[in-house]
Design a protein. Structure first.
Length: 127
């Protein structure tokens, strides 16, 4: 299974001209959540797939500048790729923020493919 996932990841990466390399696992890095600046909200999210494609899900939360939870969401996406799950989650978070009347939103993005699609505006995603 891991080699199948890796092969699919390489196909998606090649399509968007990303260069992937296998590497040894890193030592875990401790991080902390930083609240957004005054008057802003922050979206933290994650989308994942057990395979590429396989069962996948999406989840996220939005907090205000006082660290209060404004909203949270979680969705089962069926059989999808990792990239689809990540991108779906950002779009879902943006819709949720809009529905909650958020006008200033900071998004923490951890998936390079999502960042590339947002910055370049390309991608053949059915969202």
């Amino acid at each position: 299974m891991p080699s199948t996932c890796w092969n699919r990841d390489r196909e998606v990466a090649a399509k968007y001209r990303f260069h992937l390399q296998k590497h040894r696992p890193r030592v875990p890095l401790l991080t902390q959540w930083n609240k957004p600046i005054d008057g802003w909200w922050k979206l933290n999210y994650d989308g994942a797939s057990k395979g590429n494609p396989r069962a996948s899900g999406a989840g996220g939360l939005i907090r205000d500048c006082h660290s209060n939870l404004v909203l949270a969401f979680a969705d089962f996406l069926g059989e999808q790729t990792n990239a689809y799950a990540e991108l779906y989650t950002v779009v879902r978070g943006l819709h949720s923020a809009r529905d909650a009347r958020c006008s200033r939103l900071s998004i923490e993005i951890d998936a390079m493919v999502v960042l590339h699609i947002i910055q370049k505006g390309d991608g053949d995603w059915r969202l």
